[in-house]
Write a protein of this length. Structure first.
Lengths: 116, 891
């Protein structure tokens, strides 16, 4: 059974930047983004894939990402998210802050990201 | 904001896409497809957190209507796709609803066209029918028999609410609120020609065509000038049907003459095709009321004979109520010459079946008809509800996603209800089509030849269909929708485990619906059984006279102007000649054939008693010639049959009485030789006692009857003939009549046909109930099967444990059956109670069996239990063959 602890979400903003960074490499659909983030954080940062979507919605609303339906590599329909110009600017501006947040997260989790 | 508002469907699709991609990845990592699906779902987590409801489901009520419509359209689209994916369910559900809704609409349309719909004539909403009732004087009403009532101050012909010709004239001349008033009556007439034809002639006042604004195809309608002095203007307007069938639509018919009875009439016009009169009886032709003496006994001058029906046209601004008040005043002014009488005039919008007596008959039959139709609608709805509950587990997976996506429960219920409404409206639409066709069938069941009912759907009929469909949708859709939407959100989307599926509550609900279905089908089948058995018994019943090879021949001597003496002479000669024919075993005269409801009724008493004693009730009688008993095979028990010779003048007429009458009037003494009489009637002497013969058919309780010799100056107008088996004597009998008078028209009926006609309602009822009951039973069996199968799947774990602990297959099977039988038992018990009540309501229509006939009740209940058990066998077998290892692991 799921409990409140299981579902703990990332601090707001952190996940936003993780997503933007993932999309820097190219357009991706929700599950792809989730997998990417999960793998890059060894399954720690994204406990539930579902918690990715509020962030995606938020980014979309701010105009940092744009979404459109397309066909994935698995030959399935998927909603692809891509970085907008505005989003790219935001990513650049926030990279410094991102580093600070990463450090903070590492401290909280008790691991050294540089060592990972 | 609006740009980012995403549709629910769009979000659902994104979630599905995500889950599939994740599952694809997990399969690559080595999971099986189903494991991967479950894992993908687990990894996704709570969908309601991924897409918080307030992000996209909150609606402002500004522009809410447009959004509501869009939402409805989307729900309808979704429902359509869902229904298309399950054609089996959809087809069965719709067919069930077509039947349930169609029957209700057809019944409504039938009664509506009879009692509410205006006549198909110009400005029909200004047309009114006018009826007259009296209080303060004894009045009776005896079917179609004319009889003198009470003190003899009023004669009643047919219905007591019609008027005499002088009364018509008074109303016509004095009513200010009517722009016109017409009276009409139908009489049978014989139209000369080869062959002669029996026609329904309407004698009408000459305002008839103007008041009704009846369409005329050729020539003209009747005009005021046609109603001159009695018998002076023999003109006729032909009906379209008769003009076509008899004259081949001859355009030159106007100006030619036709002979009706003994009078030549000049054709002045042909009525329009769509004009079929104003009532249930369709006129073949119309003649001026002043020609009435040429076709029927002269009734024009009698101020106290009710025979004309009235239809009037309201002046602009006049209302039926105001006109009723005015006409009542006119009627009351005539009451002064009738002490104690008080006239009340009723004015109603003109419909096909108008008048207080017909309206009362329709009202009383309406309750029964609508209860039956309502019951069938209810059973249909139960069946569809049961089908919907059966597919609930499948539906709940989809509902869980939607609920998890944040759709509020009422939105899910709304979407499921839209699906129900869609089903109901498709069923209702097809039911509406059924209602165009079915009322004609009802009419033909009620009246041979049908009735001129107009069943074209109009706003009210469509409105009724919509209303019934809507109610049906709520009946069958609301409960399953509420139940389907009732899911455990905590476990939503986690997996497909039973914990997220329908719970014990749903299962209980489903069993309740199945029990109700069984009860409903049992009720219908018991009624079918009762009617079928009653029908068979009645068909085989010994009515006390022969049925086979008995024919009745009735010549229209009255129409041909024969006096009673001439008619008696004609009949006597004819009878003698027919009796000598080779294919004829017996011939006799009677005033009425058995079973045709034409026997006269009288109150009789001992003529020596001081005052008439009415408490004994009525006695029915017919006039017969002496050979009648031999021809009909009615045995004389004591005394003799009727003598061949007439008694001396002043002597009582001889009569043979039935056993019932003998027991009733002379319980402890010899009835032979006794004298009895009707009030003011001739005395009769009992010369013989015959075994009871049930001339009235099955209404035999307290059936006192006597056969009277034909008195002088009277005649018995029907010749009954017993033909030898395999011999058709009809042509010879008719030829014998033609030899005597070639103008006489003879109508022929076989007693067999008369009996069939009488039994038809019982047969139709039995067939109808059997068809509906079988359908309901079939669907109930599906319900029983579904509930049992579901029960087994729910308890497979438990059964596995039991088997593992050493329970035998027989024990498992009886466990399953026992549980199912409880449901069946409750349904059957409820059905038996309902059937018992219903049987009491129809007891008057049953012959030969008690309403609670044990054979029918127990037989049907047994058959129903058998069908239910058969439906449970397969699930029970599956429970027995469960592999304990498998079921335990599967949990």
């Amino acid at each position: 059974m799921s409990t409140q602890d299981d579902r703990e979400a990332l601090p707001q903003g952190t996940l936003d930047l993780l997503i933007l960074r993932t999309l820097e490499l190219g357009r991706e659909h929700g599950q792809g983004i989730a997998r990417a983030i999960q793998e890059s954080s060894e399954g720690v940062l994204l406990v539930e894939h579902g918690s990715l979507y509020p962030a995606l919605q938020r980014l979309e609303r701010r105009g940092w990402v744009a979404a459109e339906w397309g066909i994935s590599a698995n030959n399935r329909r998927a909603r692809f998210y891509a970085l907008t110009v505005k989003g790219r600017r935001q990513l650049e501006a926030e990279t410094g802050r991102w580093q600070r947040v990463t450090d903070a997260v590492s401290r909280v989790l008790g691991v050294d990201p540089a060592g990972g | 904001m609006g740009r980012h508002r995403r549709s629910r469907v769009d979000i659902e699709e994104e979630v599905r896409s995500h889950l599939e991609h994740e599952a694809d990845a997990l399969v690559v990592e080595g999971m099986t497809r189903s494991e991967a699906r479950a894992e993908a779902r687990a990894r996704f987590g709570d969908v309601s957190r991924a897409f918080p409801p307030d992000a996209w489901t909150r609606r402002s009520w500004v522009g809410g209507v447009g959004r509501l419509i869009a939402e409805l359209a989307r729900d309808a689209g979704l429902a359509l796709r869902t229904l298309r994916r399950e054609p089996g369910f959809t087809v069965v559900a719709i067919l069930t609803l077509v039947l349930g809704i169609g029957l209700n609409c057809a019944l409504f349309s039938f009664l509506y066209s009879l009692t509410m719909r205006g006549l198909p004539l110009p400005d029909a909403d200004r047309l009114v029918t006018i009826h007259q009732t009296f209080t303060g004087m004894p009045l009776g009403h005896f079917g179609s028999a004319s009889m003198k009532v009470g003190d003899g101050s009023r004669y009643v012909n047919g219905t007591s609410d019609m008027v005499s010709y002088p009364e018509y004239l008074a109303y016509r001349d004095r009513a200010r609120s009517l722009s016109g008033l017409a009276g009409f009556a139908s009489v049978d007439a014989t139209m000369a020609g080869e062959p002669a034809l029996r026609v329904s002639a309407f004698v009408v006042t000459c305002s008839y065509f103007q008041v009704l604004r009846a369409p005329v195809l050729l020539g003209r309608g009747l005009e005021p000038g046609d109603c001159g002095a009695a018998g002076q203007v023999p003109v006729v307007v032909l009906g379209y049907g008769l003009w076509q069938s008899r004259f081949g639509g001859d355009g030159g018919i106007v100006g030619r003459t036709i002979r009706l009875d003994r009078t030549r009439f000049t054709v002045v016009g042909v009525a329009g095709r769509d004009f079929t009169g104003t009532g249930l009886e369709e006129p073949d032709l119309w003649v001026p009321v002043t020609m009435e003496p040429a076709l029927a006994p002269d009734r024009l001058r009698n101020p106290d004979l009710s025979w004309l029906a009235l239809v009037g046209r309201l002046r602009p601004g006049a209302t039926p109520e105001g006109t009723a008040t005015e006409l009542t005043g006119i009627g009351r002014s005539r009451d002064t010459s009738y002490p104690g009488r008080r006239t009340t005039v009723l004015v109603d919008h003109a419909t096909l079946a108008g008048g207080p007596i017909l309206a009362a008959q329709v009202r009383s039959s309406r309750i029964g008809a609508f209860s039956l139709a309502g019951l069938i609608l209810l059973i249909a709805c139960l069946n569809v509800a049961s089908l919907m509950l059966a597919r609930m587990p499948a539906r709940q997976r989809a509902v869980r996603i939607r609920r998890a996506l944040g759709a509020a429960r009422h939105q899910v219920v709304g979407q499921l209800l839209v699906e129900s409404l869609l089903l109901a409206f498709v069923g209702g639409g097809m039911g509406l089509a059924l209602s165009i066709w079915l009322p004609g069938v009802f009419a033909r069941i009620l009246v041979p030849g049908g009735l001129p009912v107009d069943t074209a759907p109009d706003l009210r009929i469509v409105g009724y269909a919509l209303g019934v469909s809507f109610i049906a949708a709520l009946l069958f859709g609301l409960m399953p929708s509420l139940e389907t939407s009732r899911i455990d959100l905590a476990s939503a989307l986690r997996s497909d485990t039973p914990g997220g599926g329908p719970g014990p509550r749903t299962y209980r609900l489903r069993k309740t619906v199945v029990a109700a279905q069984l009860a409903g089908s049992l009720l219908l089948l018991v009624l079918a059984g009762l009617f079928a058995r009653s029908f068979v018994l009645e068909q085989r019943a010994d009515l006390g006279f022969r049925i086979d090879h008995i024919y009745g021949f009735r010549p229209d001597l009255g129409d041909e102007g024969y006096s009673a003496e001439q008619a008696a002479a004609f009949l006597d000669t004819w009878k003698t000649r027919v009796a000598a024919l080779p294919g004829v075993q017996g011939a006799a005269l009677t005033s009425a054939l058995p079973l045709d409801g034409q026997s006269a009724a009288v109150f009789v008493r001992d003529p020596n008693a001081a005052a008439p004693d009415f408490k004994e009730g009525q006695v029915f009688f017919v006039y017969v010639s002496p050979g009648y008993f031999a021809t009909m095979g009615i045995p004389i028990l004591r005394g003799a049959g009727l003598p061949a010779t007439r008694p001396a003048s002043g002597e009582p007429q001889p009569a043979v009485i039935g056993e019932t009458m003998a027991h009733r009037y002379w319980p402890n003494q010899e009835a032979l030789g006794q004298v009895f009489a009707a009030p003011n009637g001739e005395p009769r002497r009992v010369v013989g006692i015959a075994r009871d013969a049930f001339h009235g058919g099955w209404q035999r309780e307290g059936w006192a009857f006597f056969w009277s010799a034909i008195p002088p100056r009277a005649f018995a107008g029907t010749l009954v003939v017993r033909a030898a088996a395999h011999a058709d004597a009809t042509p010879e009998v008719l030829a014998a009549a033609r030899q005597l008078d070639s103008n006489v028209l003879v109508s022929v009926t076989s007693l067999h046909d008369v009996l069939e006609e009488r039994l038809r309602p019982a047969r139709v009822a039995a067939l109808l109930y059997a068809a509906l009951g079988s359908l309901a039973l079939l669907l109930a069996a599906v319900g029983v099967y579904g509930a049992a199968a579901y029960g087994v799947s729910q308890r497979s774990h438990e059964f596995g444990v039991r088997v593992a602990l050493g329970a035998s297959r027989g024990e498992i099977r009886s466990l399953v059956l026992r549980q199912g039988l409880l449901t069946v038992g409750i349904g059957v018990a409820a059905g038996l109670v309902a059937a018992g009540v219903a049987a009491q309501l129809v007891r008057g229509q049953l012959y030969g069996i008690a309403p609670l006939d044990p054979l029918v009740f127990l037989g049907i209940a047994g058959a129903l239990v058998g069908v239910a058990v058969a439906a449970m066998l397969k699930p029970a077998r599956r429970a027995c063959s469960l592999d304990p290892a498998e079921t335990l692991r599967g949990d």
